[in-house]
Structure formats: structure tokens, C-alpha cells
Write a protein that binds this ligand. Structure first.
Ligand code: ADP
Ligand code: MG
Length: 290
């Protein structure tokens, strides 16, 4: 952690504010940062600050713990395959209520309270996220497939509603729900949505806030930087598993598709996002395109 005093930190921010002025930042909001009230408030304040200094933050949220709580009330338990939530029809309903309702509106409220103007959207709004049923391949044996129910694979993203809101000083808050050909709903991993949206918006940065310091190696040490090759190795030997699989593959896709900076950072550190964007310090894991 830094030993800089507050004045140094503030002075350091100027070149970053200038560099990112008018640029789009896609932020995946997940993990503990979403459940701890102090971290929630710090997150909302950071988003508003970034907007006020002229950047265009776009928030994509997850909600694993909240979905889990709602499922438990119905006597269900969540099941995951390679970090993807197995989604039967009943689980899909819960995902729509919880993500598109409660969680989204909580975030909108927090940002508004911090002085911003947030607008909540799901992938249906503005016909934004078209999806189809995901065919999930085994990360180690591509010939093996899993049926994970109504989990969506993104067909296309139309970002026009997001752009319209940004241009008008609003902060979009997006729930990762897509719609299919027959108007059916799909539960899409929020990391996948954030990554694709960052690509489509040609974002300057993609920041993924999670509940761990970044990507860890076999010994549990933080990996500050990852190349595509190293990622392949870590996936192949099982070091990267579970929820880190969709995160890393989304992050890598975004980096390869021209998003300048892609970082997986620790959402448990208050204001981690602000420090990452506005200071020289490196946080978490940076994903390189080559
Ligand atoms: P989020 O809400 O951020 O999407 P997830 O639980 O989906 O959280 O993904 C993060 C989790 O991925 C970590 O908490 C950790 O348990 C798991 N994980 C698997 N492999 C790794 C790895 N190599 N480095 C870090 N985390 C990993
Ligand atoms: Mg996840």
C-alpha cells in the first residue's frame, strides 16, 4: 500500500483526469464490494466522482450472494459449472427479480444518494443484449459439453441506449439479463456482459471488482500481469477455476479487442477503483493482449 500523503495523491490524479476525460470506463461491480454497506457507499461515491471529473462510468453488476439468499428462501441451492450458475426456469425468475429488481435499484439509489444520476437497465431495455442458449465446453476437454439451462451466450450488444444516457449525464447501471429470439430471458454471467460491453463501447478501461486480490498462482501469490499464453497455462492446469474462468476469458477478449486497460481488482479495498484509475499505483491483475 502507498505511503503517499493526500496532497501527493491528489496532485498525481491530474494527468489521469486529463487522460481519461470523456472516455468510457466499464466497471464490473461484484463480490464483497456489493454486500458490505461501507464498501457500497465508497463504490457509489467513486462512480459519481469519476462522472463529475468528466469520465463516463458504466456499471455492470453481478449479484451472486443476493441470488443465493433468494434461492434459499425457496428451498433451492445454487449449482455452478465452471463458474456458470445452472439456471432452470424457477432460478431464471429469481435472477430476474433479484438482479433486475432489488440489486439494480439498490445500486441506482446509492449512486443517486452520492449525488449522481443513475439509470437502471437490463439487457432488454433499448433492445441492448441479444442472447442465445450457451453451450458450455469443458475448460480442459473441449469435446465435453454441459447443459446449464437458461444461461445466455451473447449474440450481440446494441449500445445505443447506453450512449444516449452517457451523453446526457446519466450513469447506466446494467443487470446482466439478455433476451432471445422468442423473447425468452437469459441469465448471463456479469463478467461476460461487462467485457463485451467494454469492447462494443470501445471503452478505455475495463475494471472488474471482485472478492480476491486478483488472479492468484498455484501458491496463492498475486499475479500482477498476465499474458494470453500464461492464462492458457493457468486454465489448463486448473489454477484458474470457478468464477475466475468467465472473468479471465472476458477480460482477455476485451484486451484483445482493443480495450486499452483491463484490470481485475480487489473490491474489498475501499476506493480501490479510484486509486486504480487516478494514481500511478498498480492494483490487482492487469490482463495483456499479447
Ligand atoms: P465475482 O462476484 O467477482 O464474479 P466469483 O466468485 O464469480 O466472484 O469469482 C471470483 C472467485 O474465483 C474467487 O473468489 C476465487 O474463489 C475463484 N478463483 C478460482 N481460481 C482463481 C485464481 N487462480 N485466482 C483468484 N481467484 C480464483
Ligand atoms: Mg462471478
Amino acid at each position: 500500500m502507498s505511503t503517499l500523503n493526500p496532497a501527493d495523491i491528489l496532485a498525481q490524479a491530474l494527468p489521469y483526469i486529463r487522460k481519461f476525460h470523456g472516455k468510457t470506463l466499464v466497471i464490473k461491480y461484484g463480490g464483497n464490494a456489493m454486500t458490505d454497506p461501507l464498501l457500497q457507499q465508497a463504490f457509489a461515491e467513486d462512480v459519481v466522482l469519476l462522472k463529475l471529473v468528466g469520465m463516463n462510468p458504466v456499471v455492470v453488476h453481478g449479484g451472486g450472494p443476493q441470488i443465493e439468499t433468494a434461492l434459499k428462501r425457496l428451498g433451492k441451492t445454487g449449482e455452478f459449472v465452471q463458474g456458470m450458475r445452472v439456471t432452470d426456469a424457477e432460478t431464471m425468475e429469481v435472477v430476474e427479480w433479484v438482479l433486475g429488481g432489488e440489486v439494480q435499484q439498490d445500486i441506482v439509489g446509492l449512486i443517486n444518494q452520492a449525488g449522481g444520476k443513475a439509470v437502471g437497465l437490463t439487457g432488454r431495455d433499448g433492445a441492448m443484449i441479444r442472447a442465445q442458449k450457451l453451450v458450455l465446453h469443458d475448460s480442459q476437454d473441449p469435446n465435453k459439453e454441459y447443459d446449464v439451462g437458461q444461461v445466455g451466450d451473447i449474440v450481440s450488444i446494441d449500445p445505443s441506449v447506453v450512449k444516449a444516457l452517457q451523453d446526457d449525464a446519466f450513469i447506466p447501471v446494467i443487470s446482466p439479463i439478455g433476451y432471445g429470439e422468442n423473447n425468452e430471458s437469459y441469465n448471463i454471467n456479469a463478467d461476460v456482459v461487462a467485457a463485451k460491453l467494454a469492447t462494443v463501447l470501445q471503452a478505455e478501461k475495463l475494471l472488474m471488482l471482485t472478492n480476491i486480490p486478483g488472479v492468484l498462482d498455484k501458491q496463492g501469490q498475486l499475479l500482477p500481469e498476465l499474458t494470453p499464453r500464461r492464462i492458457d497455462e493457468l486454465v489448463a492446469d486448473g489454477t484458474i477455476s470457478g468464477g475466475m474462468l468467465p472473468k479471465i476469458s472476458g477480460a482477455l477478449d476485451a484486451a484483445k479487442s482493443g480495450v486499452n486497460a483491463v484490470h481485475i481488482i480487489d473490491g474489498r479495498v475501499p476506493h480501490a477503483m479510484l486509486l486504480e484509475i487516478l494514481t500511478e499505483q498498480a492494483f490487482g491483475t492487469m490482463i495483456r493482449s499479447h
